[in-house]
Structure formats: structure tokens, C-alpha cells
Design a protein around this ligand. Structure first.
Ligand SMILES: [Zn+2]
Ligand SMILES: [Zn+2]
Length: 399
């Protein structure tokens, strides 16, 4: 039995946890391990909200360990590095995705397929090597072994880039695996979900012919004009759908993969997320091609409302209706910057994190500028209670 050490570790942390299958999130004080020789401590700026978060919160897959802090699309900056860490330095902007550990010695790990290692650790709801539970990114900071930290490319926005850490790799990895990287090949994308719209963007960046398959005629404009898909087919038109499908080299069914962790329930099924090398490659690819998620930001104060919206959209999806996907959590506005500075200086005192607050302010300022440049984002003015400013982003979808 793992010893509960949530409050006994070196670094004080704060997040939003659910204590039971109601899935309701509330403020949670806990602790993270001391930054070890191979560790990187990351201060959270944003965290995407994934359907897997919702399903885990509510114990819908039957293996949730409470209390649980979800979140596996984390973008933040480095506040401390261990003595063996040379790839990252304090102040670097980094990403943490779905996994934070593996054995790093087996054949599978040698091939950088850490996501298939039998000792793989999820970013939340896993038991870490030291017996503690892993807690995800709905929290102010995280300590991660350097191998599982990703360099976040300079031109990727932290908020709209965050969902790539799960949704992006979930569609990128099978495209690579099935050779859907050769220009001219024909990709079908079923469902213009959060995953679907990223699949269209990545497909176009590879030079593929992309066809969106949807139940809703209203999606045609979005698919073709906004996302640049080549053709659009209604799934309610079987003859056209069959004709189109016959010319497709591969179809990404974003409805089937909308719960990216589900495949872990049966190990033999298909591909799931990606290894660290491939995830870094995906981030670099998206940065190069200016691919980000379409997002709506929402304050963390509204996290429970967000989860309700997600839950409702799940129900609706079964009835083939609209849904939403991809929420980024974090947030930088004047109040958030002030809160972050305050929080960071407290942490510095308490945890001896070697980060000057002026440097934090500088980083946050850069984030703010970066965000202002991103025209997709229309942050709502909210009253913030803490640094955890969660913003909801939506990609309304139809099958
Ligand atoms: Zn996810
Ligand atoms: Zn391994």
C-alpha cells in the first residue's frame, strides 16, 4: 500500500482536486517532491482540459484514486533544475503532457515509445516511483523528471498550444504511423471536434488532401473556409460517403479517439498518444506550421461549470449533437500577473526555488505580449481569486 505523503513533501503546492466520484473540484493544498538531480520544477501557466480529465474525475473508467488533480496539457516555465539537467534552464518555457515517467531502460523505452512501457506513469492518477500519487496540471506547479519535459517552441502560444500536448499527439502519432505524411495522400477526418480540427490542420501541413466527414451541414464552412479542408462529406449521405471513403488512405475517427486514455484499458488496441521523441517532434512541427488549437479561455473559478458543459456535450454527442473540447487553464492578465508574482515570492521563501521575482514578472510579461498577438483569443474579464485562472475554450463539434 502506497504511503500517503501528499502533505509531507518538500514543495508546497496548490491545485484543484476532486475527492469523490461527484467529480466536483475544489481547492486542494498538497505537496510535491523536492527537485531531484534529474528533475525540473515547472510553474504552470496554462493547462488544457481534456475529456479524459472529466472521465477520470468521475471514475468512469473505474480506476480513479482520490483525491485527484487532473490536467495533462501543461505549459509553464522552469523555476528549478537538478544538477543533472542540462537541456533546460530556469526561465525556459516547457510543456508536460500525458506521461511523467517510465522505466527508461526497457526495449520499448529505448525506442522512445515510453507511452507503451509497462512502468509508464500518467501525469495524474498514477502511483509514482516513490509511492505517491501523481497530480496533474490543475495546479500551480509540477516536478517532472527531465526526460518527460518538452521544450515548448518559441512561437507556439502557451494557451492555444497547450492542447497539442494531448490532442495534438493523439492525432499526429497515428498519422505518422500510417504514413499519412506524404503530400497528396487523402485523409478523412470524422468529426470536427477539438481533435478533429487539429487533425485537419496537421493534415494540411503535411500536404494531404483532407476530407471532413460530419453529420452537420453547418460544419462545411468551418471545415473548408476556416480550416482549409479540401472537401466535406455529410455522413448522412451514405453513397457520397462511401465514394469518398474509397479514395481515402486513412481516416481519423476523432469520435472514437476522443478519450485518448481509453486504449490503455486494453493494451493491444491501436496507438495511443506518443513517445517523448515523437511528442517533441509534433510540437516542433506545429510551431513550424503555426498550428494551434482553437480555444476559449475560462477562469478556474468556473472549472465545475466547465466540467458540466463537457459532460453535457458528451451526452449530446451520443445523440449526435454539438460538443466542445479543449480548455486551456492558466491565464495572464494584470491581476493574474500580480497574483503570480505574489505567489511566486511566497514560494521562493518557503521552498527556496531559485527564481527571482523580476524574472518571473518578465516571463509573465512576455506571455502577456504573446497572448495579445494571438487573435484567436478573446479572454473574458473575470475576477480572479488566485493565479489559477482557467479559461474555457470550445470547438463546437458535430459528428
Ligand atoms: Zn488528454
Ligand atoms: Zn520502459
Amino acid at each position: 500500500m502506497a504511503k500517503k505523503r501528499e502533505n509531507e513533501q518538500a514543495q508546497k503546492a496548490f491545485g484543484w482536486a476532486s475527492r469523490d466520484p461527484s467529480g466536483i473540484l475544489s481547492p486542494f493544498h498538497f505537496s510535491r517532491r523536492e527537485n531531484g538531480d534529474d528533475d525540473v520544477t515547472v510553474k504552470t501557466l496554462y493547462c488544457g482540459v481534456c475529456h479524459s480529465d472529466l472521465h477520470t474525475l468521475k471514475n468512469e473508467w473505474g480506476f480513479t484514486k482520490y483525491p485527484i488533480i487532473p490536467g495533462h496539457e501543461i505549459v509553464g516555465f522552469v523555476t528549478a533544475v537538478g544538477s543533472s539537467v542540462h537541456k533546460f534552464k530556469v526561465g525556459d518555457r516547457v510543456g508536460v503532457g500525458v506521461i511523467v515517467g517510465s522505466c527508461q531502460t526497457c526495449d520499448i523505452c529505448e525506442q522512445s515509445l515510453e507511452n507503451y512501457c509497462p512502468k509508464m506513469k500518467f501525469t495524474y492518477n498514477s502511483t509514482d516511483h516513490d509511492g505517491t500519487n501523481t497530480y496533474g496540471g490543475y495546479s500551480d506547479m509540477i516536478v517532472v523528471h527531465q526526460h518527460f519535459v518538452l521544450q515548448f517552441p518559441e512561437n507556439l502560444p502557451s494557451d492555444a498550444g497547450a492542447p497539442l500536448l494531448c490532442a495534438g499527439i493523439t492525432v499526429y502519432s497515428p498519422m505518422k504511423y500510417y504514413g499519412m505524411t506524404e503530400p497528396g495522400k487523402h485523409l478523412g477526418v470524422a468529426g470536427l471536434s477539438g481533435l478533429g480540427h487539429i487533425a485537419v490542420k496537421i493534415g494540411k501541413a503535411f500536404g494531404l488532401k483532407v476530407t471532413v466527414i460530419s453529420t452537420s451541414p453547418k460544419k462545411e464552412d468551418e471545415a473548408i473556409k476556416k480550416l482549409g479542408a479540401d472537401t466535406f462529406v455529410l455522413s448522412s449521405d451514405p453513397a457520397k460517403l462511401k465514394a469518398a471513403a474509397n479514395t481515402m488512405d486513412y481516416i481519423i475517427d476523432t469520435i472514437a479517439v476522443v478519450h485518448p486514455l481509453a486504449p490503455f484499458l486494453s493494451w493491444m488496441v491501436g496507438s495511443c498518444i506518443g513517445g517523448m521523441k515523437e511528442t517533441q517532434e509534433m510540437l516542433d512541427f506545429c510551431a513550424k506550421h503555426n498550428i494551434t488549437a482553437d480555444i476559449e479561455l475560462i477562469s478556474v473559478d468556473n472549472i465545475n461549470m466547465v466540467m458540466e458543459r463537457l459532460a453535457k456535450s458528451d451526452v449530446k454527442r451520443l445523440g449526435k449533437e454539438a460538443t466542445l473540447e479543449c480548455i486551456t487553464y492558466g491565464g495572464i492578465d494584470d491581476q493574474a500577473v500580480a497574483a503570480a508574482e505574489k505567489l511566486t515570492s511566497t514560494e521562493d521563501e518557503e521552498n527556496n526555488i531559485a527564481m527571482e521575482s523580476s524574472k518571473v514578472a518578465e516571463k509573465l510579461d512576455q506571455e502577456k505580449k504573446r497572448k495579445n498577438q494571438n487573435s484567436i483569443l478573446k479572454p473574458k474579464k473575470k475576477k480572479y481569486r488566485s493565479i489559477h485562472n482557467l479559461y474555457l475554450e470550445t470547438n463546437p463539434i458535430n459528428l
